[in-house]
Design a protein around this ligand. Structure first.
Ligand code: HSE
Length: 439
């Protein structure tokens, strides 16, 4: 029988603890889990309480000792953050080890460098846990959907913000208290700003775009807005108009082909019609909707964060590498479906060219003709209105909520500028995206 596959773990936090738990209790899982052996574990502090009971002799504070251990075949990086994680991944590749990582921040920024190093060394870097927690989405995009031309990938890909938005909408819970719960449950990043400001979702949509469209995108250029500026009144108005509000990430092709291929990416709070498949995605769950030709639409749904789901994805990747290793009895040529193969130039379109529907709320004087004037400004810029509603009219003023049909950001910005110059308009109080209904 082939030798066991040695696993070295860099990090023993929420996800690392989950991985160690699975490896320590292989019963009733895939038989290959029995062939995985946890060899060494790098931790920051030997005296910290651990999420899982481990033989102390496995522990070291030196990550290089894990990477260089000859019994370690697969290095699992679950430290998070950019450095030293990136350098350790490259060090493992240089040592001829395949790597499994949940690190979306590193992969979104340095994915091409890492994939090229892995290809040169004939090893794998697998990232199933980097997006969507326990949802299998990376390998389906790389393999199962390979016969499709992908047109759009969109979804809810941050568990923390979806958990917060759901509890605020369902219970009217206070933002700070719900964020604390998300941290206690192991959903939130070490710096929760990465979740609530949309940065984690932007990392993930950049990775999904790379896989869907076959080329790396500039992470820093992804327009990103989180939920910290979202006001309860807009969630309430959206609800009255038949929508929920979700932090949505979108990557779409803007042309059939091109060199570079033009893509539109964005992360922003977005109204989702209640009949849309993404509307029922609540709590820590994530969902990713992939639209391609000829498949049409497929949706991947499940828990998007937390120790167990993320560890499930990490172990899936270790099993992939272990299976290939046992079949070939050692590293060598890589399977082109499992490796990150081709890189072609892709370019993000200017933000003014991003097209979508919009939700806007204006504070206005309660004056005759104000709705007509607002509507006129939109019409002059060829922004077609789907609905316009006045809320809360009183002596103190009124609120006008407009939902548009799909327009470019440029048209929308021009119309908003003209509207804000109207004397009866006191200000633009909210501006969110809005998805098309599903019927
Ligand atoms: N903080 C992330 C989330 C963890 O809430 O989705 C999973 O990547």
């Amino acid at each position: 029988m082939a030798a066991k596959v040695g696993v070295g773990l860099l990090g023993l936090g929420t996800v690392g603890g989950g991985v160690a738990s699975i490896l320590q209790s292989p019963g009733e899982r895939h038989p290959l889990v029995n062939e995985l052996e946890l060899i060494r574990v790098a931790v920051r502090d030997l005296n910290r309480p651990r999420p899982v009971v481990l033989d102390e002799s496995l522990l070291t504070t030196d990550p290089s000792a894990v990477i260089q251990d000859p019994a370690v075949d697969v290095v699992v990086e679950v430290i998070g953050g950019l450095e030293p994680a990136r350098s350790l991944i490259l060090q493992a590749i240089a040592a001829g080890k395949s790597v499994v990582t949940a690190n979306k921040a590193v992969i979104a920024r340095h994915g091409q460098e890492i994939a090229e190093a892995a290809a040169a060394a004939g090893v794998y870097v697998l990232i199933e846990a980097a997006v969507g927690g326990g949802i299998p989405i990376i390998e389906p995009l790389k393999q199962s959907l390979g016969g499709n031309r992908i047109n759009r990938v969109s979804g809810i890909i941050n568990g923390t913000t979806n958990y917060i938005l759901t509890r605020m909408a369902e219970e009217g819970a206070a933002y700070d208290a719900v964020l604390k719960d998300a941290q206690d449950l192991g959903y939130a990043e070490a710096d929760p700003a990465a979740d609530v400001d949309g940065l984690d979702a932007a990392d993930k949509i950049a990775i999904l775009a790379t896989l869907a469209f076959g080329g790396s995108v500039e992470r820093a250029a992804v327009p990103t807005e989180g939920i910290s500026g979202l006001q309860g009144v807009d969630v309430d108005y959206a609800n009255q108009l038949g929508y929920g509000v979700k932090l949505l990430a979108v990557a779409e092709r803007m042309a059939a082909s091109g060199d570079p291929l033009p893509l539109s990416l964005r992360v922003q709070p977005t109204l989702v019609p209640k009949d849309h498949p993404l509307a029922g995605v609540n709590g820590v769950n994530n969902a990713i909707l992939v639209e391609g030709d000829p498949i049409g639409r497929v949706m991947f749904y499940g828990p998007g964060a937390g120790a167990g789901p993320t560890a499930s994805a990490v172990v899936a990747d270790i099993l992939n590498i272990a299976g290939i290793r046992q079949a070939s009895d050692g590293p060598g040529k890589v399977d082109p479906l499992l490796a990150a193969g081709s890189w072609r130039p892709c370019a993000l379109v200017e933000s003014g060219d991003i097209r979508q529907r919009h939700y806007v709320r204006f504070k206005t004087k309660d004056a005759p003709g104000v709705i007509g004037n607002v509507g006129g400004c939109f019409g002059q810029r060829k922004v077609s209105i789907q609905s316009i509603v006045q809320f809360n009219a009183s002596d103190a003023g009124a609120e006008i909520v407009v939902i548009t049909h799909e327009v470019s950001q440029r048209q929308m910005d021009e119309a908003l500028q003209a509207i804000q110059a109207l004397p009866e308009v006191l200000g633009l109080a909210a501006h969110l995206g809005c998805l098309q209904g599903d019927k």
